[in-house]
Design a protein around this ligand. Structure first.
Ligand code: GLP
Length: 253
Protein backbone atom coordinates (compact mmCIF):
# COMPACT_ATOMS: atom_id res chain seq x y z
CA UNK A 1 0.00 0.00 0.00
CA UNK A 2 1.20 3.51 -0.73
CA UNK A 3 0.95 5.43 2.47
CA UNK A 4 -0.12 8.95 1.55
CA UNK A 5 2.28 11.68 0.53
CA UNK A 6 2.08 13.98 3.50
CA UNK A 7 2.17 11.55 6.39
CA UNK A 8 5.52 9.93 5.85
CA UNK A 9 3.50 7.36 7.39
CA UNK A 10 3.90 4.81 10.01
CA UNK A 11 2.58 4.27 13.46
CA UNK A 12 4.71 5.65 16.27
CA UNK A 13 4.25 3.07 18.98
CA UNK A 14 5.88 5.36 21.58
CA UNK A 15 3.59 8.28 20.87
CA UNK A 16 0.90 9.30 23.38
CA UNK A 17 -1.45 9.80 20.41
CA UNK A 18 -3.82 6.79 20.36
CA UNK A 19 -2.96 4.35 17.58
CA UNK A 20 -6.44 4.39 16.06
CA UNK A 21 -6.10 8.15 15.78
CA UNK A 22 -2.67 7.87 14.09
CA UNK A 23 -4.06 5.37 11.61
CA UNK A 24 -7.06 7.60 10.96
CA UNK A 25 -4.67 10.40 9.94
CA UNK A 26 -2.73 8.03 7.65
CA UNK A 27 -5.94 6.86 6.00
CA UNK A 28 -7.22 10.41 5.65
CA UNK A 29 -4.02 11.36 3.87
CA UNK A 30 -4.40 8.39 1.55
CA UNK A 31 -7.99 9.40 0.76
CA UNK A 32 -7.10 13.04 0.17
CA UNK A 33 -3.93 12.60 -1.87
CA UNK A 34 -3.92 9.26 -3.62
CA UNK A 35 -7.24 7.55 -3.98
CA UNK A 36 -10.18 8.75 -6.03
CA UNK A 37 -13.88 8.42 -5.26
CA UNK A 38 -15.13 4.82 -5.19
CA UNK A 39 -11.62 3.36 -5.00
CA UNK A 40 -11.04 0.68 -2.38
CA UNK A 41 -8.80 1.23 0.61
CA UNK A 42 -6.68 -1.75 1.72
CA UNK A 43 -8.54 -4.40 3.68
CA UNK A 44 -8.56 -4.34 7.47
CA UNK A 45 -6.36 -7.44 7.42
CA UNK A 46 -3.75 -5.70 5.22
CA UNK A 47 -3.82 -2.58 7.36
CA UNK A 48 -3.38 -4.51 10.55
CA UNK A 49 -0.44 -6.52 9.10
CA UNK A 50 1.24 -3.46 7.60
CA UNK A 51 1.02 -1.24 10.66
CA UNK A 52 1.31 -3.90 13.34
CA UNK A 53 -2.08 -3.01 14.80
CA UNK A 54 -4.88 -5.17 16.12
CA UNK A 55 -7.92 -5.65 13.89
CA UNK A 56 -9.96 -3.86 16.55
CA UNK A 57 -7.78 -0.75 16.34
CA UNK A 58 -7.96 -0.76 12.55
CA UNK A 59 -11.72 -1.16 12.67
CA UNK A 60 -12.01 1.77 15.07
CA UNK A 61 -10.13 4.08 12.66
CA UNK A 62 -12.13 2.94 9.65
CA UNK A 63 -15.40 3.27 11.61
CA UNK A 64 -14.54 6.90 12.37
CA UNK A 65 -13.99 7.72 8.70
CA UNK A 66 -17.17 5.87 7.73
CA UNK A 67 -19.23 7.81 10.25
CA UNK A 68 -17.69 11.07 9.00
CA UNK A 69 -18.78 10.17 5.47
CA UNK A 70 -15.22 9.92 4.11
CA UNK A 71 -15.43 6.17 3.49
CA UNK A 72 -18.27 3.75 2.88
CA UNK A 73 -18.49 -0.01 3.26
CA UNK A 74 -20.05 -2.47 0.84
CA UNK A 75 -20.80 -5.76 2.50
CA UNK A 76 -18.63 -8.55 1.17
CA UNK A 77 -16.67 -6.17 -1.08
CA UNK A 78 -14.65 -3.84 1.10
CA UNK A 79 -14.34 -0.20 2.10
CA UNK A 80 -14.27 2.58 -0.46
CA UNK A 81 -13.57 6.30 -0.70
CA UNK A 82 -16.79 8.35 -0.60
CA UNK A 83 -17.42 11.10 -3.12
CA UNK A 84 -16.80 14.57 -1.77
CA UNK A 85 -19.96 16.07 -0.31
CA UNK A 86 -21.84 18.78 -2.15
CA UNK A 87 -22.03 22.16 -0.49
CA UNK A 88 -25.59 23.13 0.29
CA UNK A 89 -26.22 26.35 -1.64
CA UNK A 90 -27.08 29.32 0.55
CA UNK A 91 -28.69 31.17 -2.34
CA UNK A 92 -32.18 31.13 -3.83
CA UNK A 93 -31.08 28.67 -6.50
CA UNK A 94 -33.24 26.00 -8.07
CA UNK A 95 -32.09 22.41 -7.83
CA UNK A 96 -31.61 22.36 -11.60
CA UNK A 97 -29.40 25.46 -11.62
CA UNK A 98 -27.39 24.24 -8.69
CA UNK A 99 -26.66 20.80 -10.16
CA UNK A 100 -25.76 22.24 -13.58
CA UNK A 101 -23.37 24.72 -11.95
CA UNK A 102 -21.53 21.70 -10.53
CA UNK A 103 -21.42 19.84 -13.83
CA UNK A 104 -23.99 17.29 -12.66
CA UNK A 105 -27.09 16.31 -14.62
CA UNK A 106 -30.23 17.24 -12.67
CA UNK A 107 -33.15 14.83 -12.75
CA UNK A 108 -36.54 14.65 -11.15
CA UNK A 109 -39.24 12.05 -10.77
CA UNK A 110 -42.80 12.96 -9.79
CA UNK A 111 -43.85 11.12 -6.65
CA UNK A 112 -47.16 12.89 -6.24
CA UNK A 113 -49.01 15.83 -7.76
CA UNK A 114 -52.28 16.97 -6.26
CA UNK A 115 -54.28 20.03 -5.30
CA UNK A 116 -55.17 20.24 -1.61
CA UNK A 117 -57.23 22.63 0.47
CA UNK A 118 -54.70 24.60 2.56
CA UNK A 119 -54.41 23.48 6.17
CA UNK A 120 -54.18 26.17 8.84
CA UNK A 121 -50.39 25.74 8.97
CA UNK A 122 -49.95 25.93 5.19
CA UNK A 123 -52.23 28.96 5.05
CA UNK A 124 -50.01 30.72 7.62
CA UNK A 125 -46.87 29.85 5.69
CA UNK A 126 -48.27 31.01 2.37
CA UNK A 127 -50.31 33.96 3.74
CA UNK A 128 -53.53 32.59 2.25
CA UNK A 129 -56.85 31.50 3.76
CA UNK A 130 -57.31 27.97 5.14
CA UNK A 131 -59.12 25.94 2.49
CA UNK A 132 -57.63 27.87 -0.44
CA UNK A 133 -56.39 25.53 -3.19
CA UNK A 134 -52.68 24.71 -3.06
CA UNK A 135 -50.68 22.64 -5.54
CA UNK A 136 -48.59 19.98 -3.87
CA UNK A 137 -45.62 18.72 -5.86
CA UNK A 138 -43.58 15.86 -4.43
CA UNK A 139 -40.47 14.96 -6.37
CA UNK A 140 -37.40 12.81 -6.04
CA UNK A 141 -34.42 14.89 -7.17
CA UNK A 142 -31.39 13.20 -8.66
CA UNK A 143 -27.88 14.23 -9.72
CA UNK A 144 -26.32 12.07 -12.44
CA UNK A 145 -29.08 9.58 -11.66
CA UNK A 146 -28.23 9.37 -7.94
CA UNK A 147 -31.07 10.22 -5.52
CA UNK A 148 -30.18 13.37 -3.57
CA UNK A 149 -33.38 14.76 -2.07
CA UNK A 150 -37.12 14.40 -1.73
CA UNK A 151 -38.79 17.78 -2.20
CA UNK A 152 -42.37 18.67 -1.32
CA UNK A 153 -43.40 22.04 -2.70
CA UNK A 154 -46.63 23.86 -1.95
CA UNK A 155 -47.71 26.63 -4.29
CA UNK A 156 -51.01 28.52 -4.05
CA UNK A 157 -53.27 28.08 -7.08
CA UNK A 158 -53.74 31.83 -7.03
CA UNK A 159 -50.02 32.19 -7.85
CA UNK A 160 -49.96 29.57 -10.61
CA UNK A 161 -53.49 28.65 -11.77
CA UNK A 162 -53.60 25.18 -13.31
CA UNK A 163 -50.03 24.31 -12.24
CA UNK A 164 -51.29 20.80 -11.42
CA UNK A 165 -51.70 20.03 -15.12
CA UNK A 166 -48.25 21.19 -16.18
CA UNK A 167 -45.81 18.32 -16.79
CA UNK A 168 -42.67 18.63 -14.69
CA UNK A 169 -40.66 15.51 -15.49
CA UNK A 170 -37.18 16.65 -16.48
CA UNK A 171 -38.19 20.31 -16.03
CA UNK A 172 -37.35 23.02 -13.58
CA UNK A 173 -40.24 24.21 -11.43
CA UNK A 174 -38.66 27.65 -11.08
CA UNK A 175 -38.25 27.91 -14.86
CA UNK A 176 -41.88 26.90 -15.33
CA UNK A 177 -43.04 29.49 -12.78
CA UNK A 178 -41.05 32.15 -14.61
CA UNK A 179 -41.91 31.24 -18.18
CA UNK A 180 -45.59 30.30 -17.81
CA UNK A 181 -46.69 32.46 -14.89
CA UNK A 182 -44.22 35.33 -14.95
CA UNK A 183 -43.30 34.52 -11.35
CA UNK A 184 -39.72 35.66 -10.73
CA UNK A 185 -38.65 34.83 -7.20
CA UNK A 186 -36.72 37.63 -5.60
CA UNK A 187 -36.26 36.56 -1.99
CA UNK A 188 -36.19 33.44 0.12
CA UNK A 189 -35.72 32.17 3.65
CA UNK A 190 -34.63 28.72 4.67
CA UNK A 191 -34.10 26.66 7.79
CA UNK A 192 -31.83 23.63 7.77
CA UNK A 193 -31.79 21.10 10.56
CA UNK A 194 -30.58 17.58 11.20
CA UNK A 195 -33.10 14.78 11.23
CA UNK A 196 -33.68 11.09 10.71
CA UNK A 197 -35.20 9.94 7.40
CA UNK A 198 -38.64 8.41 7.72
CA UNK A 199 -38.84 4.93 6.15
CA UNK A 200 -40.45 6.21 2.91
CA UNK A 201 -37.82 8.88 2.29
CA UNK A 202 -35.01 6.51 3.33
CA UNK A 203 -36.12 4.00 0.68
CA UNK A 204 -36.45 6.69 -2.01
CA UNK A 205 -33.02 8.06 -1.18
CA UNK A 206 -31.33 4.64 -1.13
CA UNK A 207 -30.46 5.10 2.53
CA UNK A 208 -30.29 2.17 4.92
CA UNK A 209 -33.55 1.60 6.78
CA UNK A 210 -33.18 2.46 10.45
CA UNK A 211 -31.65 5.70 11.50
CA UNK A 212 -30.18 7.36 8.39
CA UNK A 213 -29.26 11.00 9.03
CA UNK A 214 -30.71 13.61 6.70
CA UNK A 215 -30.89 17.38 6.44
CA UNK A 216 -34.41 18.75 6.70
CA UNK A 217 -34.98 21.98 4.82
CA UNK A 218 -37.90 24.36 4.91
CA UNK A 219 -37.88 27.13 2.35
CA UNK A 220 -40.24 29.99 1.65
CA UNK A 221 -39.68 31.85 -1.57
CA UNK A 222 -41.25 35.22 -2.24
CA UNK A 223 -42.06 37.72 -4.92
CA UNK A 224 -41.94 40.94 -2.94
CA UNK A 225 -43.91 40.21 0.24
CA UNK A 226 -45.99 37.46 -1.30
CA UNK A 227 -44.94 33.87 -0.47
CA UNK A 228 -44.95 31.82 -3.66
CA UNK A 229 -43.58 28.48 -2.50
CA UNK A 230 -43.37 26.69 0.82
CA UNK A 231 -41.11 23.67 0.39
CA UNK A 232 -40.24 20.92 2.85
CA UNK A 233 -37.32 18.84 1.65
CA UNK A 234 -35.26 15.90 2.87
CA UNK A 235 -31.64 15.96 1.69
CA UNK A 236 -29.10 13.18 2.10
CA UNK A 237 -26.75 14.13 4.91
CA UNK A 238 -24.12 11.76 3.50
CA UNK A 239 -24.04 13.80 0.26
CA UNK A 240 -24.42 17.40 1.51
CA UNK A 241 -22.57 19.67 3.84
CA UNK A 242 -22.88 23.30 4.83
CA UNK A 243 -20.01 25.68 4.34
CA UNK A 244 -20.22 29.23 5.61
CA UNK A 245 -17.75 32.10 5.66
CA UNK A 246 -17.30 33.44 9.17
CA UNK A 247 -16.84 37.10 9.88
CA UNK A 248 -15.56 38.56 13.10
CA UNK A 249 -18.47 40.28 14.86
CA UNK A 250 -18.12 44.05 14.54
CA UNK A 251 -18.45 44.63 18.24
CA UNK A 252 -16.43 41.54 19.16
CA UNK A 253 -12.72 42.43 19.03
C1 GLP B 1 -34.59 23.81 -4.60
C2 GLP B 1 -35.53 24.17 -3.46
C3 GLP B 1 -36.97 23.78 -3.71
C4 GLP B 1 -37.42 24.18 -5.09
C5 GLP B 1 -36.47 23.64 -6.13
C6 GLP B 1 -36.84 24.07 -7.53
O1 GLP B 1 -34.21 22.48 -4.58
N1 GLP B 1 -35.08 23.56 -2.20
O2 GLP B 1 -37.76 24.43 -2.74
O3 GLP B 1 -38.72 23.69 -5.33
O4 GLP B 1 -35.16 24.12 -5.88
O5 GLP B 1 -35.98 23.35 -8.39
P1 GLP B 1 -36.24 23.16 -9.91
O6 GLP B 1 -36.51 24.52 -10.47
O7 GLP B 1 -35.02 22.53 -10.44
O8 GLP B 1 -37.46 22.27 -10.08
Amino acid sequence: MAAGKGSGAGIDHQSPVPKYSQLREILLDLVETELGADQAIPSERELSARFGLSRMTVRQSVDHLVSEGRLYRVQGKGTFVARPKIEMPLRLASFTEDMRARGLEPGSRDLDRRTDAASAHLARMLLIEPGDPVHVIERLRTADGIPMAVERSHIPDAVAPGLGEEPLAGRSLYDLLASTYGVLLDRGEQTIEAGIADPTDAALLDLPAGAAAVLLLQRRSFVGDRPVEFAVSTYRADRYQLHVALEVPRTGR
